[in-house]
Write a protein that binds this ligand. Structure first.
Ligand SMILES: Nc1ncnc2c1ncn2[C@@H]1O[C@H](COP(=O)(O)OP(=O)(O)OP(=O)(O)O)[C@@H](O)[C@H]1O
Ligand SMILES: [Mg+2]
Length: 326
């Protein structure tokens, strides 16, 4: 089987800029790197890679040898088959985003066959100052408004696509500003690792897989009270806006909150499906609640890591941030 048969079809046309390794070579390379970095005990001082982002289920790495790519590592799978299924949904999600008119970063995926099986989503690296939150900090107010407006346009495109698909697809995104990259001419969605879409009303994201990055003793509670609420919010346009705007508090871009609310309300009012608009009080309350949830979540994951290391004496597969400034 040649490389192009192995790689997902949507990527074939886009991989031209990547090097000429076969999937097997990438797989061997990443499996070896995993071993060499000893990721469960990864230390930032490692000479070979740096962590550029922490997700709930993925860790974003940049290897010194391949500075033009970022590697999103997801170690949540029991088998290669399970990882490949996730990969397929990821590809369909990316394809749908493209159909909706959203620019996504160039990339490809590799499943490693070590222990654990990890799926690497590999993306063209943007410069750090091109990532939405950093770009906003560096820009003057006029440009900031433009950037926010541009991101909002992308959200509108996604929900318009949903309407036009006659509800066959319900597609969404995590709109927070750190999930977009901005260059002179385009906005790109980069947080594609969680395929947020439904087909004919059926959720395509496997909740249970996401739960694997959470402490075992908490899964029942998270499943019951938390997961559905957190994921379901992405299918409601006003909540995507709410989440994005509330996140501006975390990003220390507070002055943009009223501006963003005004812009979002303009979009919501022109859509006949919405009669409710956002206000600053609700956004503030939403942020306080969200902050609490994620702090608690990280604390529990740290307890779980401690249990793995010192009680069960098993490797802990996830990399956790020390402290997130909120
Ligand atoms: N292609 C890229 N180029 C440069 N930096 C990136 C790229 N992709 C991600 N990053 C950096 O890593 C951060 C987190 O990435 P991303 O949003 O994809 O994952 P996440 O939200 O942390 O993950 P998860 O979906 O698992 O919660 C980004 O905000 C950005 O700073
Ligand atoms: Mg993100």
């Amino acid at each position: 089987m040649n490389t192009s048969q192995l790689l997902s079809p949507w990527i074939d046309s886009r991989k031209s800029s990547a090097d000429n390794w076969s999937e097997r070579q990438w797989c061997d390379h990443l499996t070896q790197l995993e071993l060499a970095l000893n990721l469960p005990k990864f230390c930032e001082k490692s000479a070979k890679a740096k962590i550029i982002g922490f997700g709930e289920i993925s860790t974003i790495l940049q290897f010194n040898e391949q500075p033009t790519w970022v590697f999103k590592r997801m170690p949540i799978f029991d088998s290669i088959v399970q990882a490949k299924e996730y990969q397929q949904r990821y590809c369909q999600y990316n394809q749908l985003l493209s159909q909706a008119g959203i620019n996504i970063a160039d990339g490809f995926e590799v499943v490693t066959d070590g222990n654990p099986v990890a799926l690497y989503l590999i993306q063209q690296a943007f410069q750090s100052q091109q990532i939405g939150n950093r770009a906003l900090h560096a820009a003057p107010l006029d440009k900031q408004k433009l950037i926010i407006g541009n991101i909002f346009q992308q959200i509108e495109k996604i929900f318009l696509f949903n309407q036009q698909s006659g509800n066959e697809f319900l597609l969404s995104c995590d709109g927070q500003v750190s999930n977009w990259a901005i260059n002179e001419s385009h906005v790109y969605y980069i947080d594609t690792s969680t395929p947020l879409y439904k087909k004919n009303g059926v959720e395509k994201l496997e909740y249970e897989l996401l739960l694997k990055s959470t402490p075992r003793f908490m899964r029942g509670i998270i499943r019951r009270f938390f997961l559905k609420e957190v994921l379901e919010r992405y299918y409601h346009k006003e909540q995507v806006y709410m989440d994005l705007i509330a996140n501006l508090y975390k990003e220390k871009l507070v002055h943009l909150v009223p501006i963003a609310i005004k812009l979002a309300n303009k979009n919501l009012k022109s859509d006949s499906n919405f009669d409710q608009v956002l206000n600053q009080n609700d956004v503030k309350n939403y942020y306080s609640r969200d902050k609490l949830i994620w702090r608690l979540f990280l604390a529990l994951r740290k307890i779980d890591r401690w249990l793995h290391r010192y009680v069960w004496r098993k490797p802990y597969q996830y990399l956790l941030p020390d402290k997130i400034e909120r």
